[in-house]
Ligand binder design. Structure first.
Ligand code: FAD
Length: 542
């Protein structure tokens, strides 16, 4: 029988095309050295070992050089990556890492005194963006997820004394406390057969402009691998230092370069979202962990000293723990993969963390590597494809985050004046021009949307851009007609509010999931779940 949907499909799941090494091939890729034991290193090692069990995967990490130690807020993709691509047991992850749930972001951003709430279910149009803008001038409450954020509730309900969950229908992400998460991954990698090499690399010995021959460690070991994955964080020991790969700075778009972090007591009140709060020279994140809120002020050292940043945080959050300063740079290297070296994580690229891009982009690089890594160096045609695809994704993240900065009119400090005047957002100019003409973009003609997606592909698609730009009250000349009377939107809004008001506080909902593991099993298995097996297969995760 002819299925018209199939005829029009852009891609379909195919069989296993993973190449296996020939036993007689002297150039076969068998020994992999992942250098660096942060999140990027461990996720890479686990993926290579899991998806290509015939490889010998070693993870080299310095006992003396700490991991970055931040990176708690994620996006829904990571949940499917962990539980489907890597097949990490969810019960164990909950026990060991104690993730909390992120329905979306609470933005204290833009001119509206209440800011705006942006939830991951933005494409569902469950309540309606146009009605929200028309009736309230604010996107908050335009989806069920956003109504839940506004009510400070998770999508779990108590019905006849039993928990009933709607999380299968509402994409959400994890907040992951970096330290227990990396400890858990370390243990898992050992159990799954990754060889752990605790050693500090002192020298990288090359045998050509794009080829690493071996590493020398401070304790005199000589480490030889066929493929070296550079996960050494901002040090970028192999990709940048040894091979001299140029760094492409995003500094003309993103002006921040430091964060001062600390913890604030939350007395058991776990919020269902990440806070993003405008500050004098940047913004601060609020990420709920089970024991406290983790906060970090991302700022520009051209406009604020470390002491001034810490003082601004202490004033806003009395009792915040001792400040810790983290330095970073936004940008990517010209290429992630050169010769037998691939950079993943901060060693290759990083943008400031406003849209939680670190872990998801590492995951994206890992599954892209697995799709292109050959069995032998005698043929490596995937390198250029990998580099182009990753560079393009990182450039999208650059324009996405800069769009947030460029239109944030909340404060009139020297930093925000400079950002609004000078931040380069040129990569998204077609999107911004079309939004200024008529919005929402996700309701414009299919042809126009396809054209925008071709010239300015966006990480969160046009729905995401609509939410961000409407959230910040970026002007548009014309709205696409809603096509319904406002009374129908009001009825949906009332229903969503009533549902949100009846939902559980997040701490209780997480406890209910622990007591009823069948809820999480349904989320990760059922065919009607956004995180279930069917969707995972469609995404190529299984
Ligand atoms: P690192 O964690 O720095 O690990 C580097 C590893 O390399 C360490 O194990 C170290 O021992 C090893 N190493 C270094 N040199 C040597 C050597 N010579 N020999 C041997 N080993 C060596 N991401 C998100 O997804 N969400 C967020 O909310 C988020 N917030 C962030 C906030 C800030 C301020 C920053 C800076 C980053 C944030 N990130 C976030 C990004 C995230 O933290 C990182 O992308 C992620 O943790 C990956 O780090 P990494 O593994 O690349 O590097």
């Amino acid at each position: 029988e002819l299925d018209p949907a199939r005829l029009m499909a852009t891609h379909s799941a195919v069989g296993d095309d993973t190449p296996r090494p020939d036993p007689d091939d002297p150039q076969a890729i068998r020994r992999i050295g992942v250098i660096g034991g942060g999140t990027a290193g461990y996720l890479t090692a686990l993926a290579l070992q899991h998806k290509r069990p015939w490889l010998e995967v070693s993870l080299v990490e310095s006992p003396g050089i700490p991991i970055i130690g931040v990176g708690e807020s994620t996006v829904p993709f990571l949940l499917t990556f962990l539980h489907h691509f890597l097949e990490i047991d969810a019960d164990e992850l909950y026990r060991r890492v104690r993730p909390t749930w992120k329905t979306g972001i609470n933005f204290e951003w833009g001119p509206h005194p209440d800011g705006f709430r942006c939830a991951f279910d933005w494409s569902a149009e469950s309540v309606g963006l146009l009605g929200a803008m028309d009736a309230t001038g604010n996107i908050t409450g335009s989806t069920l997820g956003s109504a839940l954020i506004a009510r400070d509730r998770a999508a779990v309900f108590e019905v006849d004394g039993k928990p009933v969950s709607l999380l299968k229908y509402l994409p959400f992400a994890y907040h992951l406390d970096n330290k227990p998460f990396v400890e858990f991954l370390t243990d898992l990698a050992k159990r799954r057969g990754v060889k752990h090499v605790p050693a500090t690399v002192a020298d990288v010995v090359t045998s050509g402009p794009e080829w690493v021959d071996h590493l020398v460690t401070t304790d005199g070991q000589q480490l030889e691998f066929d493929l070296f994955v550079d996960c050494t964080g901002f040090r970028s020991l192999l990709l940048e230092k040894a091979l001299g790969t140029p760094f492409v700075s995003f500094g003309s778009s993103l002006f921040t370069d430091r964060a001062v972090t600390g913890n604030v007591a939350h007395h058991g009140h776990i919020k269902p979202y990440t806070d993003v709060i405008t500050m004098n020279a940047g913004w601060n994140w609020g990420i709920p962990t089970p024991d406290s809120d983790h906060r970090g002020y991302v700022y520009s050292s051209d406009f604020l000293s470390d002491d001034e940043a810490a003082a601004e945080m202490a004033k806003r959050y009395p009792g915040i723990s001792e400040p810790k300063v983290v330095r970073f740079r936004s940008g990517r290297h010209e290429k992630a993969w050169r010769g037998n070296v691939v950079g993943i994580g901060n060693a290759y690229a990083f943008t400031e963390p406003l849209e939680s891009s670190g872990l998801v982009m590492a995951a994206d690089a890992i599954w892209s590597l697995l799709a292109t890594l050959p069995a032998s160096w005698s043929s490596a045609p995937g390198r250029d494809l990998f580099n182009s695809a990753l560079n393009q994704r990182w450039d999208q993240v650059r324009w996405l985050i800069t769009s947030h900065y460029k239109f944030n009119t909340r404060l009139d400090t020297p930093f925000w004046r400079a950002v609004r005047a000078d931040a380069d957002v040129s990569g998204f100019q077609p999107i911004l021009d079309m939004f200024a003409e008529c919005a929402p973009l996700s309701r414009r003609s299919g042809t126009l949307q396809a054209m925008l997606n071709r010239v300015s592909p966006t990480t969160f698609e046009l729905y995401g851009m609509d939410n961000i730009l409407f959230g910040m009250q970026v002007p548009t000349k014309r709205l696409v007609p809603a096509g319904e009377p406002l009374s129908r939107w009001r009825a949906r809004r009332q229903a969503a509010d009533a549902l949100a008001a009846a939902a559980m506080p997040t701490a209780d909902a997480i406890a209910a999931y622990a007591d009823h593991p069948e809820l999480n099993h349904g989320l990760l298995n059922d065919d009607d779940s956004w995180a279930g097996h069917r969707v995972a297969r469609m995404m190529g995760m299984r």
